[in-house]
Design a protein around this ligand. Sequence first.
Ligand SMILES: C[S@@+](CC[C@H](N)C(=O)[O-])C[C@H]1O[C@@H](n2cnc3c(N)ncnc32)[C@H](O)[C@@H]1O
Length: 391
Amino acid sequence: MQPSSLPSGLPEPDAQSLAHSARVAEFIAAELERSAGRMSFGEFMQYALYAPGLGYYVAGNRKFGPSGDFVTAPEVSPLFGRVVAAQCAQTLSQLSQGSILEIGAGSGALAEQMLTKLAALDALPAGYLILEASPELAERQRQRLSAALPELAGRIAWVDAVPSGFEGVIVANEVADALPVERFRIGAEGIEQAFVVSVLDGFALRWQPASAALRDAVNALGVDLEAGYQSEICLPLKPWVSDLLARLQRGMVLFFDYGLSRREYYAPDRSGGWLRCHFRHRAHSDALVLPGVQDITAWVDFTAIAEVAGEQNTAVAGYVTQAMFLLHGNLQTEFTDVATSSLVNQAELSRQIKLLTLPDEMGEHFKCLGLCKGELDVPDALTGADRAGML
Ligand SMILES: C[S@@+](CC[C@H](N)C(=O)[O-])C[C@H]1O[C@@H](n2cnc3c(N)ncnc32)[C@H](O)[C@@H]1O
């Protein structure tokens, strides 16, 4: 199958990427034939990102960093992981046998940064568990961590689910935005849902009456949406958070992601939604092109996560911008420590800090939502400029 025309400004994919994308497109087209010619946008996104052996996160493309499609905070700077680690240490010090569980560990950068810092603080967790949906990324994480931190190999383990009765800190950086979303719009006859169909040169969207599950979820948002309004909703988000919290006995959960309160997410002037695709550091909104070789994400409705917490005996410990998290989490000290040990030079560290904290970069769009189960002190990074009242 040939790809349909690409959005203007996107770099031309190399031959290998085009060949891979053609295989993913054929796989999805075959699934479409099996399902009477249509699938919901969420199913399409699930296949494009996670189809076994083929999807964007599952096949062996670069993804992260300058030679990939996007950068995440731990890919930008080791300072990010060091600040997060010091916050985790504050919680771990209140638990007798606490562990850290990282969900969706990507290249393994955050795990390496956090374990390095925790070892320096003499605050290593009982275990560092990684829950990773992609077998290919899990293998990359294994190789990276065994090369970088061989002395800690005995503490690091990969798990298929959060162990029930887990005590410690769960960290998920840019995972919620990688869960599939459904696209909906308010039509003349009610809520419509975007379905994907095959066309001659690829895939196209068709708007049809929404499934009962989508209709119920949109109605439960509690927001007024005018006719013609279009957006997204992540149906798996609440069950995912609910499962995590049900397995957490005592501890903190830190979700980092680009996202907003529900009121902002579904604001009247935000019709069009929050879906974004990334290919070679260009952002655009055509999710149907280059399946399997471009990232597809959507901003996160943080109010949905806070609602689940409220249902599960879990408190919102804080909701802050990434900039505030880092500044109140002693970014300055980490800067001085790393600059003094001359691992990275000062000018480069300053550049990284700007990327992590400036409002037009990652500072304001990215938030940290911290949840707390059990009587525990709120970590310093969540105590300043708390926006939880907006959720
Ligand atoms: C955008 S990447 C972020 C990677 C890393 N956390 C970082 O900040 O660089 C999303 C990661 O989440 C993983 N992932 C997505 N859904 C997941 C799920 N339900 N459970 C575990 N991992 C998941 C992906 O395979 C990938 O490693």
